[in-house]
Design a protein around this ligand. Structure first.
Ligand code: F1P
Length: 293
């Protein structure tokens, strides 16, 4: 059998080095007016995590496109996150933001891409681009760049590899800036290993979804300082119900790495080539005619 996931694992393991190289590329900036951060898929989850950490708002690019009056306050800045710089909803949202007078900062791994060409300012991290289809180091590197840009603290200490885990149901929980990471963890295991997974804010999980928890459930809990006591109680309760709880204690962006590894290990166990999942494309290009306001 051909080797699978070779790019993915090399890219996951290269992150600490890539972050160091990229740190010089981003520095705290003075911001005027409200900041909206947009993206699609993993890049939207970069936006979610960064927005919480730096005091901005995150939206999927499609929401900026469809509801600009609500999502793009005039006089502010639009930060558009896209590894490829070519995702249709992101590019269409730029036109809308421009018409509303927003300044545009592009965050990308493609310095020659359309986003970098049309943005007013650009933070480009070409060294973080992947050969693999699935985003790993581009996620953490663009997130780190935005944390630096917004003057938020960051953590580069990577937690241990969780190794392969058996489970029928996968749940990712994270509060505050870790909610975006929980969404990314669920997306990684879906994209890499074609396994369904869900993500919630930790205490939201009790309000219904906990009904499905039992033996065979793996809950990945991204621990944060603010929720220390309540998250401990939740972990105990989930274990009592028979779930395996994997607790990840780290800051942003380092806490993302074990989530990527979980997706990778599961893909390998299932014989899926996570370098190039057959049912996915590297970026989504749509005909948005009729929706571009
Ligand atoms: C965003 C993205 C990826 C996802 C998928 C399609 O791309 O949604 O996160 O894995 O394969 O594209 P980009 O705008 O960051 O290039």
């Amino acid at each position: 059998m051909a080797e699978v996931g070779v790019h993915t694992i090399a890219e996951i393991r290269s992150q600490a080095e890539i972050w160091r190289a990229s740190l010089a590329r981003s520095r705290p900036a003075r911001r005027a007016g409200p900041v909206t951060i947009i993206g699609c898929g993993s890049s939207y989850y970069v936006a979610l995590a960064a927005a919480h950490a730096i005091g901005a708002t995150a939206q999927p690019a499609s929401e900026a496109l469809l509801y600009p009056e609500v999502t793009l306050p005039p006089g502010g800045t639009l930060v558009a996150v896209s590894r490829s710089g070519e995702t249709s909803e992101v590019l269409a949202a730029l036109d809308v933001a421009r018409r509303r007078g927003l300044r545009i900062l592009g965050v990308t791994c493609a310095p020659e891409g359309t986003l970098a060409r049309v943005a007013d300012d650009v933070m480009a991290f070409p060294e973080a681009a992947e050969a693999s289809l699935v985003m790993t180091r581009s996620f953490t590197t663009m997130l780190l760049g935005l944390l630096r840009w917004g003057g938020a603290p960051f953590d580069l200490t990577v937690p241990p590899d969780p190794g392969p885990r058996e489970a029928d149901r996968l749940v990712y929980l994270g509060a505050g800036p870790r909610f975006g990471l929980a969404m990314e963890g669920a997306l990684k295991v879906q994209e890499m290993s074609l396994t369904p997974a869900v993500a919630y804010h930790p205490l939201e999980f009790r309000h219904g979804p906990i009904a499905l928890v039992g033996p065979g459930t793996l809950v990945v809990l991204l621990r944060g300082e603010a929720g220390r006591v309540q998250e401990t109680k939740l972990a105990d309760e989930l274990r009592k119900r028979g779930a395996e709880v994997l607790e990840v204690e780290a800051g942003l962006p380092a806490a993302t790495v074990p989530l990527q590894l979980l997706g990778y290990h599961r893909a390998i166990a299932r014989g899926i080539d996570c370098d190039e999942p057959a049912t996915l494309s590297r970026c989504v290009k749509l005909d948005l005619g009729g929706n571009d306001r």
